[in-house]
Design a protein around this ligand. Structure first.
Ligand code: SF4
Length: 337
């Protein structure tokens, strides 16, 4: 690991000013804010990320570490630990998709360490990105090419890809947030602002090294999930190679607004199959006003992957993802509230 300096933040605007020194340095920012550090330290040890200065924001926990469940919705501070949110009784009861997405992620040790703000910014598990001995990776070295497109791409995305990058977004919590129309609160040099979670991550396009719409130095401070009767009828289904401590091959976050057996509005988000947290709008539209039965759920699964683009080793993700969507829809419908 390369040498770096470490300091603790005592004030949020000061941390933002420090991180803003990394302006326009999307690939190898010299200053990094660090929370739990569970992604960043990994990538520093692999020599993928090479910050010269780390600013630890966890001392700001008192301000950004709160969970507030009110009749208007749920507010999660960005420094809440994954395990704290996963085990919170009000979240487990009223926002099960949030609790389940967190409980099924990583390992118990990592969930006790990792913070929610860092979780949504985790980087891809593309092996070519994480191994600098491969020279071709547009995300790590813009303009160098993509080793995965003609390489081993079993884990890679089938939705939202580009000719420059097919890396999958590997988180879980983000799918719950995008399905529930959450908002992200951030603090930047110009002060606080809020953005729709759906607008946080960028499709790779020609610039896969620019992963979010955050301005240089902006710090995620919290998430707001609006209340709605669909949040209780919600679930997260994750399919992976082994039952724990594995990333999703395919996942679905589902929240249903039902009128008896008829769908008023289905909210469906996909994980493990797309380059960004992915809202399956076509599948949602197909279900509106329909009776939710096995046939409708299967059709919705197909609609979710209508525009999938597969590569040599990842075609299996289409039928797997379709089945995951269908199973999650039927599981949410069967919930006894
Ligand atoms: Fe890099 Fe993306 Fe290609 Fe992986 S898929 S090698 S992250 S450019």
């Amino acid at each position: 690991m390369r040498p770096f300096t470490y300091e603790t933040a005592t004030d949020a605007p000061e941390a933002v000013r420090a991180a803003a020194a990394s302006a326009d340095a999307h690939v190898r920012a010299p200053v990094q804010l660090i929370g739990g550090g569970t992604t960043l330290l990994d990538l520093m040890k692999l020599d993928v990320m090479r910050p010269e200065r780390l600013v630890d924001v966890t001392p700001l926990y008192a301000r950004f570490g709160r969970i507030e469940a009110t009749p208007q919705g749920l507010r999660l501070g960005a420094l809440v630990r994954m395990s704290e949110a996963a085990e919170h009784p009000a979240i487990a009861r009223d926002y099960p998709v949030v609790a389940q997405s967190l409980a099924q992620a990583a390992s118990a040790q990592l969930r006790n360490m990792a913070r929610l703000g860092g979780n949504v910014l985790q980087r891809t598990r593309c092996n070519y990105f994480r191994d600098p001995s491969y020279s071709q990776c547009n995300k790590r070295d813009p303009g160098s090419g993509c080793a995965a497109i003609d390489g081993f791409n079993r884990l890679h995305a089938v939705l939202g890809t580009s000719e420059a990058c097919i890396a999958h977004y590997s988180g879980d919590f983000a799918q719950a947030l995008i399905a529930l129309d959450a908002t992200v609160e951030v603090l930047g040099r110009q002060g606080p602002r809020a953005i729709a979670f759906a607008d946080l991550h960028r499709l790779p396009g020609r610039t896969p090294h620019i992963e979010t719409t955050l301005e240089p130095g902006e710090l995620i401070t919290g998430f707001v999930v609006p209340a709605g009767q669909w949040t209780r009828r919600s679930t997260y289904l994750k399919v992976r190679d082994r039952e724990s401590y594995a990333f999703a091959l395919a996942s679905a976050a589902v929240a249903l607004d039902m009128d008896g057996d008829t769908v008023r509005h289905a909210r469906i988000a996909l994980g493990g199959v797309a380059t960004v947290p992915w809202r399956a709008r076509e599948a949602e539209a197909l279900l509106a006003g329909r009776t939710l039965d096995e046939a409708a759920a299967t059709e919705a699964g197909r609609a979710a992957f209508a525009h999938a683009v597969v590569h040599q080793n990842n075609a299996y993700k289409v039928p797997l993802g379709q089945a995951t969507v269908a199973r999650a829809l039927l599981a949410a419908q069967a919930m006894r509230l």
